[in-house]
Design a protein around this ligand. Sequence first.
Ligand code: PLP
Length: 377
Amino acid sequence: MGELDIRNRHFDRLFSNSSLVWMGQNTNHIPMHPKVREALHAAVDDESFHAYAPPAGIEALREGIVADLGLEGFSALVSDGAVAALGTACRALCRPGRGFVTTDPSWKWPLLFARQAGMQITEIPIYGAEHGWRLSPARLAEAVDGKIDIIYFVDPNNPLGTCASAEEIEGIAAVARRAGATLIHDSTYRDFAERHTLAARFYPEGTVTAVSFSKWLGLAGLRLGALVARPELLERIGASSMAPLGANVISQKAALAGLSVKREWMATVQEIQRANQATVKRAVDKVPGLSVAVYPSQANFLVVECEGTGLKPEAIVAAFAEHGIQVRQGAYHTARFGHRFIKVSTTVPREWAGAFAAVLPEAVQHARGKKDLPPLF
Ligand SMILES: Cc1ncc(COP(=O)(O)O)c(C=O)c1O
């Protein structure tokens, strides 16, 4: 069986388990806002999905996305998820032999797209207290030379949950501008941060902001995201789109409804997910050898360091799986630091965080006996 089939069966097993406690992919499982539910039902009932959506997105949604970011004079390209949007940006901007800089850890798929396009990848280590778990503009500047075309910056960082300060963003944008590089500011988790600063404010002509409706609104399976940039840059990127027939119509209508209730919805989500962070932290602190790397996280997940237990993250993930709880092994994010942590997502019903906390001591015990670990992705 090929890797694709093995990986697919793994996720199919998870997906088919209707009682699975999803705490591994930063998806949002908090029951949706009634306005979004209404919009989804209406979008099915009116059968408008027989038509293709406009190629760059329903105009009201494009405007809503730009207005939500508060960026005047910018334009949006709506896509079936941020990952597709990032794929389009990579298709448009990557050139063989040129440089692509990101952090380690970062989010793996854009690195893969860039590598496939023949780019040289540089990953700046930011894992560890010695780096403050964050990217400083000075360390970015050291890594950037005349060959760098793209800086891919995930902020808040997935998996660490650190968010750059306004000063750091200004510095990072300045490095990108000096290098003449495009700054892809992956802001998928921005809505969970106490304060998030858009790099586009400091480097408008060279920044591409990626946003997603998977995490804050909970539309992961519906697939909806976008790129936002100045019209000239977006035009260049849009020319490489693999989706000239537009994005999912039903998802776009749900996204529009979500934007209309965003403030109220996020107040609810944040209250729940921050309480869940606290629940996870309390449980972790009671287990010798475990600790939370960054707390509170500025995103909807926590990195739990497990090196002190002497256990492989994969063994802990496998032990949780036996209790119907999905958490993620660090190796998904980083080859260099993956052996040091698991990641636990917190946009879930409170009972799920409670289940994680209750199972944790036992899962660590069970993990000790685990020998043949199944492949994880
Ligand atoms: C940093 C980052 N960017 C983008 C995405 C993908 O978002 P979407 O579901 O909109 O494709 C994810 C999903 O985990 C992510 O972590």
